[in-house]
Design a binder for this molecule. Structure first.
Ligand SMILES: Cc1ncc(COP(=O)(O)O)c(C=O)c1O
Length: 353
């Protein structure tokens, strides 16, 4: 437990150098960061210090054997000026599932929340207020023990960084159903938010970009028959007026936004199906005019409208408007809960200041 976290404040804030009207995703990092080491079998006293370089040996195990796990969540400015972190408890649980899968030390949820709260409070001026913007929060743990031999690290560093962000995509996106490469196989690490999952996704994503797509739509490792998810988003389709999303497997990240949107959809009386959805079903739905919407769901992109899906070399376009009524209702309701305009009946807002 961390009853109180010492803060060393920067003498030179970068706030005034930050253009809050033009926030590119991931460009800016706030003034402070939280650092906490794991050694001798325990998390040590965390501290908040000015953001900046930290020195490491190139022999640290994370660089060689990939023990690195992260999370991504957002803090929002509510209409009345208070700050809320959205569902950090669910992120804490997923963080622990990822840590466990990578044989890394677990972290008590309360400890995690205490660290988040302290850092966001220290940099509260960095939480932007305008619509579509938020403070992105990036906790990461990586193996720091210096050793060349293949082994589970005995030392780690837990770091939290934050930064103000704007929209992830500024227009509806085109995605490509990936039928050659694989992101994750059942029994692998797909459900964990570990660094290697993302490193392995870059090359196929770059190829898809060259072909004019924004993102890859990953399919199952066994036969590329079923849709899994997209690069940094889960994926949802409206077919025959039903909201359909791939059921979770060990190859899919259990998205907080996915869970949130499905909960809201059920509450709105929208028929929801969590099940396998095949590439063939998707293609048939386009050919028969049954699919009316497709979108990604993730912390970064929130609800990312999909305009077209490439399947086997053919681009299938969603009907206009691409941001159809189901995603618009969900997006609006989620926004209203976070801003404090709609009641937060599930206790999703973790209000910190
Ligand atoms: C691979 C992948 N799938 C789905 C998601 C969406 O998850 P969440 O809604 O928790 O951000 C993310 C983002 O974290 C991701 O990286």
């Amino acid at each position: 437990m961390a009853p109180s976290i010492p803060v060393t404040r920067t003498g030179k804030s970068r706030l005034s150098e930050t253009d809050f009207n033009r926030l590119e995703f991931g460009k800016y990092i706030s003034d402070h960061m939280l650092l906490c080491a794991w050694k001798e079998g325990a998390w040590q006293q965390p501290e908040i210090v000015p953001y900046g370089p930290v020195s490491f040996t190139p022999a640290m195990l994370a660089l060689h054997y990939g023990q690195a796990v992260f999370e991504g969540m957002k803090a929002y400015r509510m209409a009345d000026g208070r700050i809320t972190i959205f569902r950090p408890d669910m992120h804490a649980e997923r963080f622990n599932r990822s840590l466990q899968r990578m044989a890394m030390p677990p972290m008590d949820n309360e400890f995690f929340l205490t660290c988040l709260r302290a850092l966001v409070e220290a940099d509260k001026e960095w939480v932007p207020a305008h619509e579509g913007s938020a403070l992105y929060i990036r906790p990461v743990v990586f193996a720091t023990e210096q050793r060349l031999g293949l082994k589970v690290s005995d030392e780690y560093l837990f770091v939290i960084l934050t930064g103000p962000v704007g929209p992830y995509f500024n227009k509806p996106i085109k995605v490509k159903v990936e039928e050659t490469y694989v992101r994750a196989a059942e029994g692998g690490t797909g459900f964990a938010k570990c660094a290697g999952n993302y490193g392995g996704a870059f090359y196929p994503t770059l190829r898809a970009r060259k072909e004019g797509y924004d993102q890859v739509l990953w399919t199952d490792a066994c036969g590329h028959q079923y849709i899994d998810e997209s690069g940094a988003m889960n994926v949802m389709f409206v077919i025959n007026n039903r909201l359909i999303t791939p059921a979770l497997t060990s190859a899919i990240l259990d998205g907080v936004t996915r869970h949130t949107l499905l909960t809201l959809a059920r509450e709105m009386g929208i028929a929801v199906e969590e099940r396998k959805i095949s590439v063939k079903e998707l293609k048939d739905a386009f050919e028969r005019g049954l699919i009316t919407e497709a979108f990604g769901a993730g912390t970064a992109a929130v609800v990312a409208t999909i305009a077209a899906i490439g399947i086997g070399g053919t681009d299938y376009y969603l009907p206009e408007p691409h941001a159809g009524p189901v995603q618009e209702r969900l997006r609006r309701q989620l926004h209203d809960i976070r801003r404090g305009h709609a009641p937060d009946i599930y206790g999703w807002n973790y209000i910190i200041a």
